[in-house]
Design a protein around this ligand. Sequence first.
Ligand code: HEM
Length: 415
Amino acid sequence: MGGCPFLNAAESADGVDERSREQRGSEWAPAMEESFGSAHADYAALRAANPFPWSEEFGGFWAATTYDDIVRIAQDHELFITSVQNVVPHVPRSSRRPPLHFDPPEHTAYREAIDPVLRRGVVRKREAAFRASAVGLVDEMLAGESPDAVRDFAAPFVMDCFAAFLGVPSTLTRRIREVGVRYAFAIQDMDDEVIAECSAQLYEIAERVYADRLAEDPDPSRDLVASLETAVQDPANHITRTTAVATVRQMIVAGMGAPQAALGSCLVHLAQDQDLQQRLRSHPEDLPTAIEEFLRLHAPYRVFARTAARDTTLHGRLVREGEPIALLFPSANRDAAVFDDPDEFVLGRAGNSHLAFGRGAHKCPAATMGRLELLVALQTVLERTESFELAGEVEMMNWLEYGPRSAPLVLHPAR
Ligand code: HEM
């Protein structure tokens, strides 16, 4: 981590640190070898010593670590835009994908097509499919040798849920996830060739999904593709078939990464805290509030970014037009200025306004679906086991998403 960011020689009259990128150098580098929770010690140290550091990693970016900074940036979509760079590292791409890569007001029409098919009443209709997947996977883990919380549960479960949401077979979402994971690691490694290859494959899949769904003539009030196609046919907006397919392309990546990471973290947390595990097993009615606390403690995303549309000052530092800022949602969720005992799991925490689903125009449209996935998965694993614990080392995803990549478990069946 870097030292004090301020240099008198580069301060303006009103005390703003105006050093150039070359002058400030790298003040922080995200750890590439994490253990479960280790990133949080790093973020806590940053919040105390240098809450808005510049990093030379991944092509260079600012890291917003405090709750207030992140809320301010996420809510000001005119000053902090997503149409230039919206993730760290910057992904070279041939076309922009809605909704994330578009700024309001262009962005709004996409959300008007996406949000209705993710409203509570529609998502609830998929609960039975989510549960059938969870039951099957937990039973397979109970019967199998050396089960892994991610490989055998979190990853296939979120793929099944996403297949149910999209109305496609799970074999296709499995393929999507394979390409998606390869794509995500290529982004972390900044491997342009693999990024381009995977991106083209994901576009092909999205085109096929689009055509297959339309052929079934689904209900636009419940089906993503049909809702987008209704918007394409509406001359009042600018959504075209190409940008509608690009939207599906973005949803199929966004829809599986975060829920997998969050569920993996919930399972590791519960495997490490037997008292909480037993408490939630005997009081399943507490699960929804426990899930909010898991989401606060283990928010998965820290790579989403904004680009400054013009020079501005944040945390006493000059951010120049065009510089990217990563929103470290997991850090904001443990900011002691907002949450008492921020590293503690507090069941029923009052005023738990965590940022796991973001804020502002780009706030996750699928928070209801994400919460339902976590609820069904945790209910099922708690009901069908007497207890479970870790059977080995937890391996993390590192910068990509905050969550485990692998977590070996021992599960004891319910009697
Ligand atoms: C526990 C589960 C999930 C978490 C924690 C989560 C978190 C987030 C966060 C923090 C953002 C905001 C990014 C930003 O401000 O730059 C976001 C955006 C988004 N999420 Fe989720 N997400 C989850 C599940 C899902 C699912 C299941 C889907 C799809 C069905 C999805 C689709 C999207 C899309 C399309 C966006 C971009 C929205 C926009 O730009 O307007 N997410 N998500």
